[in-house]
Write a protein that binds this ligand. Structure first.
Ligand code: TRP
Length: 334
């Protein structure tokens, strides 16, 4: 019998979500929830691995991220939203899995490797940070997910998850854990407003879904374009011009964008005009989200109920998984 497809995705609650999240994953999730069982995890414990000295920031952003989910149209009746730290089986599974992974393998994980360098940990690398890919394998397997739609930077996590799944099933002669696949998001990675490869909250180049209209305008006005396009009448370059990259992704009127590109390349079209158009496009997209977000933000008890219900549903599944794991490892005492 073919097994049901189960999706697990998630975000670290370290700040509000931005347009990069929107094109990279949120849109996908809104589409997937129509026909697939989907868990969306707020990874507060993973956020703690590099914010353990600032738990209040993590706590506050659990609410912000939930508001962003509801604002973009994630429907708690279709998707199960839950809080990682409220599922103790994730921590329990992590301990089982840590026996199946070596330190050197963790240090070779490309994403972790890059982060260790960026954060400058050197010899003082926190063990909790190094092992977060194992923790992530527990997130995924605790609900027995087999589909994890994530961006490219997360693929090393999924490869490690599958290694753990295969080791576990082989060593304990079972098939209870499922390997995962991923569908790469069809949209290209969104560059930051500064033209750098990636939009990120810590990079200071993000447009947040919750930014007010005037903030969006200000950020777009400061965006990276063609540095050689000095006078309006000069021909301008489209390649690497972030304003056009955004228009390609977000403007519904593709023909208008093509005409603007041609005009810009010929010369005679100023950056300010193109940026004004982008501001209009982005604010048209974001305005309904702002309205919904403001509505939901008024009702804290609703947000709590959404998280509590999703977490309780997940807990029931996690308990089943743990029972299976205890049985497979023969550590089921009574
Ligand atoms: N590592 C992901 C990020 O930094 C968040 C995350 C935690 C996640 N657990 C997950 C994503 C499980 C997908 C599946 O964005």
């Amino acid at each position: 019998m073919a097994q049901e497809t189960i999706i697990l995705t998630g975000d670290r609650p370290t700040g509000p979500l931005h347009l990069g999240h929107y094109v990279g994953s949120l849109l996908n999730r809104v589409q997937h929830q129509a026909d697939t069982a989907q868990y969306i995890m707020i990874a507060d414990m993973q956020a703690m691995t590099d914010n353990f000295d600032n738990p209040q920031k993590v706590r506050d952003n659990v609410t912000e991220v939930t508001l962003d989910y509801l604002a973009v149209g994630i429907d708690p009746n279709k998707s199960t939203i839950f809080i990682q730290s409220m599922i103790p089986q994730i921590a329990e599974l992590t301990i089982f899995y840590l026996n199946l992974v070596t330190i050197s393998r963790l240090k070779r994980n490309p994403t972790v490797k890059t982060e260790i360098k960026q954060k400058g940990y050197g010899e003082d690398l926190p063990a909790g940070f190094l092992m977060y890919p194992v923790h992530q394998a527990a997130d995924i397997t605790v609900v027995r997910a087999n589909l994890v739609p994530v961006g490219e930077d997360q693929l090393p996590m999924l490869e490690q998850t599958n290694e753990i799944v295969r080791s576990f099933n082989r060593i304990y002669k079972t098939d209870i854990l499922r390997e995962v696949t991923w569908s790469k998001s069809v949209t290209p990675r969104l560059p930051g407003t500064d033209g750098k490869a990636k939009m990120g909250k810590s990079l200071g180049n993000a447009i947040f879904l919750s930014d007010p209209a005037d903030v969006v305008a200000k950020k777009v006005m400061s965006m990276y374009t063609d540095p050689d396009h000095v006078r309006v009448e000069d021909p301008g370059k489209i390649e690497g011009n972030t304003v056009f990259t955004y228009l390609d992704i977000f403007a519904p009127d593709k023909q208008a964008v093509e005409e603007m590109k041609a005009h810009y390349q010929r010369g005679g079209l100023g950056d300010v005009k193109v940026k004004k158009y982008l501001i209009e496009v982005l604010n048209t997209l974001l305005e309904p989200m702002r309205v919904r977000r403001a509505e939901f933000a008024k009702d804290k008890s609703y947000i709590n109920a959404v998280l509590k219900e999703g977490t309780e549903k997940t807990l029931a599944v996690a308990q089943q998984t743990m029972t299976m794991v205890k049985k497979a490892t023969s550590l089921n005492y009574w």
